[in-house]
Design a binder for this molecule. Sequence first.
Ligand SMILES: Nc1nc2c(c(=O)[nH]1)N[C@H]1C(S)=C(S)[C@@H](COP(=O)(O)OP(=O)(O)OC[C@H]3O[C@@H](n4cnc5c(=O)[nH]c(N)nc54)[C@H](O)[C@@H]3O)O[C@H]1N2
Ligand SMILES: Nc1nc2c(c(=O)[nH]1)N[C@H]1C(S)=C(S)[C@@H](COP(=O)(O)OP(=O)(O)OC[C@H]3O[C@@H](n4cnc5c(=O)[nH]c(N)nc54)[C@H](O)[C@@H]3O)O[C@H]1N2
Ligand code: SF4
Ligand SMILES: [Mo]
Length: 693
Amino acid sequence: MKIHGACPHDCPDTCGVITEVQNGRAVDFYADPHNPISDGWLCAKVRPYLDHVYHPERLTHPLRRVNAKSERAAWRPISWEEALAEIAERWQEIIKRYGSEAILPYSFSGTLGLLQMSVASGRFWNRLGASRLERAICGEAAAAAVIYTLGGKYGTPYHHVTDSDLVIIWGHNPVSTGPHFMPYLKKAQREGTKVVVIDPRRTRTAKGADWHLAPRPGTDGALAMGMAHVIFAENLHDEGWLQDHAIGWEAYRQHVKAFTPQMTADITGLAAADIVELARLYATAKPAHLKFADGINRHQNGGQTCRALAVLPALVGQYGVCGGGLGYSTGSFLSWDGDAVEKWSACPHPPMRKVNMNRLGAALTGEVQDPPIMSLFVFGANPLAASPNAGLIKAGLQRDDLFTVVHELFMTDTAQMADIVLPATSQLEQLDLHRAYGHTQLTLNDPALEPLGESRSNWDVMRGLAAAMGFDEPWLHDKAETVINEVLSATVKSVPQLTGVTVQTLRERRGTWPLPLESEVPFANGRFPTPSGKVEIFSQLMADQGFSPLPTYVPAADTDAVADGLDPAEALTLISGASHHFVTTSFGNSDAMRQRENGPFVELHPADAAARGIADGDCVKLFNRRGALTMRAVVTDSVRPGVAVSPKGHWAQHHPEGKNVNWLTPDALADLAGQSTFHTNWVWVERGESSKS
Ligand SMILES: Nc1nc2c(c(=O)[nH]1)N[C@H]1C(S)=C(S)[C@@H](COP(=O)(O)OP(=O)(O)OC[C@H]3O[C@@H](n4cnc5c(=O)[nH]c(N)nc54)[C@H](O)[C@@H]3O)O[C@H]1N2
Ligand SMILES: Nc1nc2c(c(=O)[nH]1)N[C@H]1C(S)=C(S)[C@@H](COP(=O)(O)OP(=O)(O)OC[C@H]3O[C@@H](n4cnc5c(=O)[nH]c(N)nc54)[C@H](O)[C@@H]3O)O[C@H]1N2
Ligand code: SF4
Ligand SMILES: [Mo]
């Protein structure tokens, strides 16, 4: 039997997959050959998916902690009935004493499915009146910047790069993070397209580029404004297009006058001549495509940086052009009907209080009061290993008066800190529907297997919790397929192309359905869904909300990292972007992937290593005011001086110190949308005691 499914992981590609099942057991797993995005292949992480699904450490029974949180956890298996009854009882007590907002659900991108992520993160919690999670760990500032500028996230299709003359990939590493873009880029390159990568490190993507520029981290806003300066100064802007399609470009021309090539060079650490050349190249090669993702927005100035990037295609008249435009998320082509997902309007006391997920540690240790957080329910996320300033999160999770439930496939770092652990199904054991952020295809995921052991899907857990709490609204108890069909049909209001689309019709189409679009080229009709209908280089909306209405450059400084006796002049900026073989911490427990990742390590430039007496392979200590961590040094000129690189995703429990890179990262918020600032991260590095770790 062949079952069609979707890769659920946080990746723009959302591949179509097939599971072959014999006698109730999956015997093969591979890319759906009919799915045009996955095109017959899967990434290295997901190809061996059956090892993940049948991993010997999959959780199969609910577990109750039997000792104090300060100790290494000991567990007793319990029944689901017992688990749900205890959760309901504890919550009733908490609600009586503190109110329902003392309960915080914490979920993110373990799965991106409509049901198991979006609906499961909304309905039950709104009915409960729990605190809302401000979901700003990933790309909120970039998304806000793009929406202010263009009115929505309408990224170009991958295959359009074969029409580009020039592609600039800016602070984005698609070889690792969105690999199905790469065959199109390679094809274009073979046919003469020039590829430029802008990244402080020589990534896998940069290695294949024609030109790699490595600016200082967090200075890209200045670089984009420096490019704009050259474009205007040399009259390379497309004035006719700007007149018709943009507002604020004349003010911006004045605004970027200060960003001379020399000043931009001083800020970014690039050569002035290179900045001029890059600007000329971008303004004259047509079509010219600009592509970025969310990595670049994880800086204190990430929002304004993405604003400065998003206005560049307008300056050279490249919006609405096939092979031009902006390759950011495609998320706005299809947004699910919010109220059908969340049932906000049907809730008696929909919650108002928001807690920013990037401040979890602070929130658990006193920043959030009236009421304080007394219970945390984590699913589809691993905050102790994936969220910033993990040392403070750990301190919060160690509170004996905090009642923590974690619903997981594995005993993650976060699960180890729970009072109750609930076993979760894998994607092969649950129904879901997936849209994507890298393309516009819908992909159905039919369950191929029965749930392993006693594991339950997120939605089934929400149904169980609703019953335990005595909530009898039918929309908290509907079957998975009913809920998905309900959201599909409610979304027809805003996306009429969905008329008649149901789980069953998708099944009949082998699970894959391309959303029909008026034009594959975003903004081909010259209209932008902003308040003015034009590209908003000047955004009145931003001004009204208290932000600079024109893109700005404000230097990023991690002053919170500086402890007594530490000299900021000696700090390195630590970038901890995507690992090639993990998806954040997912797959971090695969022996095969860990071996290939061969970490944790920190890459240091030879000059920075020499200045600290560090040789390749040495054990080094990274530290700042937030924490300290020992790692192996890789001395390489693939990072620029002043920059250290240590990819995210390793499990803390695998490290002898019980920590990972997030024990160093900041929980400060960026300039827009409460965004995380993982990469505005100052660390000090010294040679460790011994060379074994
Ligand atoms: N293999 C794999 N794939 C993934 C993920 C994963 O963990 N592993 N994570 C998924 C998720 S959650 C996301 S959000 C996406 C992210 O996708 P990407 O944005 O492509 O990935 P990142 O590695 O986070 O960041 C991209 C690059 O930004 C660079 N960068 C950091 N700071 C700066 C800067 O100041 N200027 C410039 N120019 N570059 C900078 C980093 O060096 C990095 O190479 O990937 C998704 N796909
Ligand atoms: N240092 C550093 N840290 C980062 C980043 C960075 O750039 N640098 N990037 C950040 C970004 S962009 C993101 S998006 C976040 C992601 O952070 P998280 O969303 O916390 O992602 P993961 O660490 O992959 O944890 C997801 C967990 O969900 C579980 N899971 C998977 N499917 C299901 C399911 O169906 N049900 C349940 N109950 N559980 C499931 C998995 O087993 C896994 O443990 O990480 C952030 N962390
Ligand atoms: S992680 Fe991305 S590339 Fe890999 S199978 Fe999933 S969607 Fe495809
Ligand atoms: Mo992300």
